[in-house]
Design a protein around this ligand. Structure first.
Ligand SMILES: Cc1ncc(COP(=O)(O)O)c(C=O)c1O
Length: 381
């Protein structure tokens, strides 16, 4: 019997895990207030950057005594800047449960050559935070974008820790509650949950992280774009919008537009609710079928943004080729773009469920996933 294609299609087939789909109703006209061709150090440029910082604080509920800086090179730039500036004062604990976390381990162990204990878990699982020594500096990724496994909360992080916690939260910020009192350094980029642009990173520092910056100078040289102190004092200007180098004012405007949208849908609570409802739509779909499952083994750790699924049907002959063929079919049909699992992750699909995605589009995509699955099973035979 011929397999029937679903009648309905997602209005927006963009499910990429970064850059993620723009805010609903986005158009380039919305950026017309960007001060193009003006200096980012002019009054208007500085005002835009400051607004971006302060609206970020307001929506994410970041405490008033935490510094927020816009830094070069997207989330990677923010994480590198933090690790190169802060680590080495004491032992580090490096946590990884997917490829981005693993990348930070490589940097610290092989490049910086810091005395570090490495804690890893396989794709689908998470490091047990109850076993970590928080008197060391602990580096981790809140949401593993390539495995779809996230920390459920920060309860295991002690309030009276002596080390710093350095958290790559790029696929978590704006879609998940982050416990600021447990995070000394938090990083993210604009291209994820808010559907902004690549290139710019955000670095959030607790007072303890600032104290470390002002009391400790690493033994290695720091390039200009990593330097946050001068003469042993924090360069405060960075944290009010005096960026280290030139930002794109077009991307800043785009971020401001996304932040305004975020406020209009109820701020953080609205953003979290949208991602959770999207992810639940995928979870329910998987629970009701025996040929597809969430890659996250423990539902408590299942991501609400980068939802990763695997095909579990034992008729599948070559798992990697099968998953690629399903993703290719969805792309060819124009119903689901950029759904393939990350190159280093187990075979499957990764369906971005972040807050800019409409639940109706997830609901319309899933019957197509079933259709593509059946079509590829048939194609194998
Ligand atoms: C957890 C995590 N860290 C870092 C990155 C790199 O982000 P960027 O390209 O914004 O530097 C990504 C991108 O997907 C990510 O998911």
């Amino acid at each position: 019997m011929a397999i029937q294609a679903p009648a309905a299609r997602p209005a927006n087939p963009r499910f990429s895990s970064g850059p993620c789909t723009k805010i609903p109703g986005f158009s380039l006209d919305m950026l017309s207030d960007a001060p193009l061709g003006r200096s980012h150090r002019a009054v208007i440029g500085k005002a835009k950057l400051k607004e971006a910082i302060e609206t970020t604080r307001e929506i994410l509920g970041i405490p008033a005594d935490y510094r927020i800086g816009i830094v070069p090179a997207s989330d990677t730039g923010a994480v590198e800047m933090a690790m190169w500036s802060l680590l080495g004062e004491r032992k580090a604990t490096m946590c990884a449960w997917e490829s981005f976390g693993a990348g930070w381990v490589t940097d610290v162990v092989k490049q910086l050559k810091i005395d570090a204990e490495t804690k890893t878990a396989d794709y689908g699982d998470i490091v047990d935070f109850g076993t970590l020594d928080f008197n060391t500096d602990v580096v981790f990724t809140w949401n593993g974008t390539t495995s779809g496994v996230r920390l459920p909360n920060g309860d295991a992080i002690p309030a009276n820790r002596e080390g710093l916690t350095i958290c790559d939260a790029t696929s978590a910020a704006f879609a998940m509650d982050l416990p600021w009192d447990k995070l000394d350094v938090t990083t993210f980029s604009w291209q994820k949950v808010l559907g902004g642009e690549g290139g710019h990173g955000v670095l959030v520092l607790s007072p303890r992280a600032v104290a470390r910056l002002e009391s400790y100078a690493p033994a290695w040289p720091l390039p200009k774009i990593f330097r946050m102190t001068k003469g042993g004092k924090l360069i405060e200007g960075i944290f009010v919008g005096e960026t280290i180098n030139t930002p794109s004012m077009l991307c800043v405007e785009d971020y401001l537009v996304s932040l305004k949208w975020a406020k209009s849908i109820g701020g953080l609570e609205g953003l979290v609710d949208r991602a959770t409802a999207n992810a639940k739509t995928v979870w329910d779909f998987c629970d009701a079928r025996d040929w597809i499952a969430n890659l996250a083994n423990d539902p408590a750790t299942a991501s609400t943004t980068s939802v990763c699924v695997k095909f579990t049907d034992d008729r599948i002959k070559d798992g990697a080729a099968f998953a690629k063929a399903v993703a290719k079919r969805l792309e060819k049909e124009g119903v689901g773009l950029d759904l393939g699992a990350y190159r280093d992750a187990p075979a499957g699909l990764r369906i971005w469920c972040g807050s800019t995605v409409e639940q109706a589009d997830i609901a319309a995509l899933l019957p197509w996933v079933e259709y593509a699955f059946e079509a590829e099973i048939a194609a194998q035979a």
